[in-house]
Design a protein around this ligand. Structure first.
Ligand SMILES: Cc1cc2nc3c(=O)[nH]c(=O)nc-3n(C[C@H](O)[C@H](O)[C@H](O)COP(=O)(O)OP(=O)(O)OC[C@H]3O[C@@H](n4cnc5c(N)ncnc54)[C@H](O)[C@@H]3O)c2cc1C
Length: 298
């Protein structure tokens, strides 16, 4: 058993290391103390991607996220929120607002059929969501649970996608490469592959670990039905765009990348492999993902 700290190479290789450096038995992590489960939320409706970038960059709380509608006639319009904790006396004024988690109110049945979730249904839902949101609101009070985990209200929601499920593709590109996001959204629209949920966020500086996903820049996640025709070819093209821009795809969500894409996106791969091999020279720790992507030789 090893005890590692931030100055150890193996510590850095373990952050984002996909469980391939060994088993973490315990960890000491720093938390931020808060005194209530409430958030003060600023809300802005935006007309397009430029509006989303501007609203995400505006002054406000640290928890920033843009929900974008990619199914409407103006793909990229959406709702941006910036939230921060309500502490101390102000929180006491809103005691009845709920907690840090969400209790599920309904459940999707196990035998939910394919094809019920369609573009037309999601488009109508998105329209309603967009229109019900205020154009602009400041200091709107919400519980952490309702704001951060809205999908938890519907138990087993991934079943909505039918037996083949969905794929979540998440990429990050440096701050000056917003063109990649525009191109990806445009290519997605032209391909007619439906994206039922798109979320845009900004990342701060990376933690310096060789395989860690976040780098400073813009990240989007795209939730797409796994059964969509042409999806793999489209995402292969996205991989190339992202790698060329100096960005990367999130391995924790990946189900399809190969070794070439991985090597193009993670330039410190050899450094990571060397730290890993030092800890596990017999290459005992492996996974399907590790062998598919070449993180560990098959
Ligand atoms: C649809 C979807 C949506 C997501 N949304 C978000 C999001 O909004 N925000 C976000 O931050 N993340 C998100 N994620 C990513 C998610 O947070 C990561 O996949 C996270 O690692 C899942 O945690 P888990 O406990 O299920 O880990 P697992 O999936 O069990 O493990 C994740 C990795 O850690 C390794 N591991 C697990 N336990 C140990 C251990 N004891 N020691 C060493 N390695 C270990 C595993 O081998 C694996 O490689 C999402 C993922 C998906 C698929």
């Amino acid at each position: 058993m090893l005890e590692l700290g931030p100055d150890d190479d193996l510590f850095a290789a373990t952050l984002g290391g996909m469980g391939l450096t060994g088993v973490i038995l315990w960890a000491r992590i720093k938390l931020r103390a808060i005194s209530s489960s409430l958030l003060s939320v600023d809300i802005d409706r935006v007309e397009d991607l430029d509006g989303a970038f501007a609203a995400l960059s505006a002054r406000g709380g640290p928890y920033r996220v843009a929900w974008l509608d990619l199914l409407c006639s103006r793909p990229g319009r959406g709702i941006v929120t910036r939230a921060e904790h309500i502490d101390g006396g102000a929180a006491a004024l809103h005691r009845s607002w709920g907690g840090a988690t969400v209790r599920s109110r309904a459940s999707v049945p196990a035998r939910w059929p394919a094809g019920v979730l369609r573009s037309s249904t999601v488009r109508a839902f998105n329209e309603l969501r967009y229109r019900r949101s205020p154009h602009s609101a400041r200091g709107h009070v919400e519980s952490i649970g309702a704001h951060m985990f809205p999908l938890d209200a519907l138990d087993s929601w991934p079943r909505l996608y039918g037996p083949r499920g969905f794929l979540q593709y998440q990429l990050v590109v440096p701050p000056d490469r917003t063109d990649v996001l525009r191109t990806a959204i445009e290519q997605l629209r032209r391909s007619r592959i439906p994206c039922y949920l798109c979320v845009l966020k900004d990342f701060g500086p990376s933690n310096g670990a060789p395989l860690s996903f976040p780098i400073a820049g813009w990240t989007i996640t795209l939730d797409i039905p796994r059964a969509a025709a042409g999806l793999d070819a489209l995402l292969d093209r996205f991989d190339e765009l992202v790698a060329e821009a100096g960005g990367r795809v999130y391995l924790s969500k990946d189900v399809r990348m190969g070794p070439d894409a991985l090597a193009a996106m993670y330039p410190r791969l050899e450094e990571w492999r060397s730290a890993r091999d030092g800890a596990d020279p017999e290459r005992v720790w492996r996974s399907d993902l590790a062998m598919r992507t070449g993180l560990v030789p098959a």
